[in-house]
Design a protein around this ligand. Sequence first.
Ligand SMILES: Nc1ncnc2c1ncn2[C@@H]1O[C@H](COP(=O)(O)OP(=O)(O)OP(=O)(O)O)[C@@H](O)[C@H]1O
Length: 458
Amino acid sequence: MTDLTTLLEVGGPVAALGGGAAYARAKHPGVYWSTVGLPISTARLLSSYSSVMEACGLTVAPSRLRMLAVKATNRREVRPVPPRRGIIRPTSTGLRLRLRLAPGQEPADVAASAERLRHAWGVHAVYVSTVKPGVVELRLVGFDVLRRVRMPRKVDAGFLQVPVALREDAMPLVRDYRAVPHQLTLGATLSGKSMYLRHLIAGLAPQPVALVGIDCKRGVELAPFASRLSALATDPEQAAELLPVLVKEMEDRYDLIKDRQGIAPDTPDEEITSDIWGLPEHERPVPVVLFVDEVAELFLVATRKDEERRDEMVTQLIRLAQLGRAAGIYLEVCGQRFGAELGKGATMLRAQLTGRVCHRVNDEASAKMALGDIAPEAVSAACAIAPERPGLAVAGDTSGGWSRIRTPYLSLSNAAETCRESAHLVPDLPALKLFRPDVAARPVEGPALIGEPRPATG
Ligand SMILES: Nc1ncnc2c1ncn2[C@@H]1O[C@H](COP(=O)(O)OP(=O)(O)OP(=O)(O)O)[C@@H](O)[C@H]1O
């Protein structure tokens, strides 16, 4: 979502209608419904377009030529000119239309009037985004799409992309590992973090990717997906053994890239600009996604010996976050809080996790840990999430864009079933064999190479 997108709060009877046009129509038979079954009338929009634009200050003075032409033909009063309107397209949640801005207008002018447009047309929300210079798209959303989440039937998502949630402008949020390699997901207990992870795992399971889990809650969150996991650590001791293996795997991949480029083996890793995607397909190692649930458990120490182990693990995680992307290793870190109070390295690791998702949190400080370096408004939006709506979150990235999102409901058994069905896709990664959870499924034979990227739809 661009930073021009205007986020508007729910209000009025339309908001109370809730998810699904059919449901709303049944509950409120007296409300006027357009042909798309939503409380947005195309006819109303068409008939009021010019006057609404004028009332919202989105018109410009007519050109001299236009004035002369109008006066010469019908001698009527010459009206100010609104932005040129494109075709009105109905969607499952409302309408969308493009506007060609009049000379002298900028997208921010339309975004600033979004609240006025929403009231003028009586819709739940109006979102404005820039399509290209001089053209903006208005999305009119008829009801609160986050109340009962239904993902669009068709989502463009390819390899290493998972449509994980719905944004409040009714667009899907696609977790794209190649665009945002590492992500931090924060939230209080029962806020919906596990549901978010569940979607990611179920979305990645049918793709040629190695999935690795560190779940220091004794594996209760990730063990149900064991059949699709290449490795699983269920306590800090196991995590301390798994992390160096992943770091070694990353270093081996760097060596592979260096060999391919003819760079001397002693060249520092940081000086290599290429990545595994530059390798020919038959040599390319399989991408690895590492899920860390309840990251704080890795930081907590009771004894001095634990402290040394903790420091090592944190350093390894930081190295994976710093250098992993080029080696096709991605981090998905989850926790309730992730602040400097966790100890040495916490802030540094957090800074490397570019993607941010913040579910309901217990205090503003926790929201700031996730979204403070993105936008102050995003922090306020996260603090306003009600406990009655698990799965609701604020997603942002460090470009300053953010949006309210919600995952659709996905039962644990369905997600586990998806993993079982794709158990044969567990790649053969010899380094991780020791950590493979004990399940009946057998990995596929052959080298750990990825095939053709396949689309994943949600
Ligand atoms: N998007 C959603 N829609 C409907 N229900 C949801 C959604 N997300 C989560 N829930 C429900 O909310 C409850 C808590 O969700 P979840 O277990 O994902 O939270 P959590 O943050 O992982 O909690 P904990 O840290 O205690 O494990 C569950 O009963 C789950 O079914």
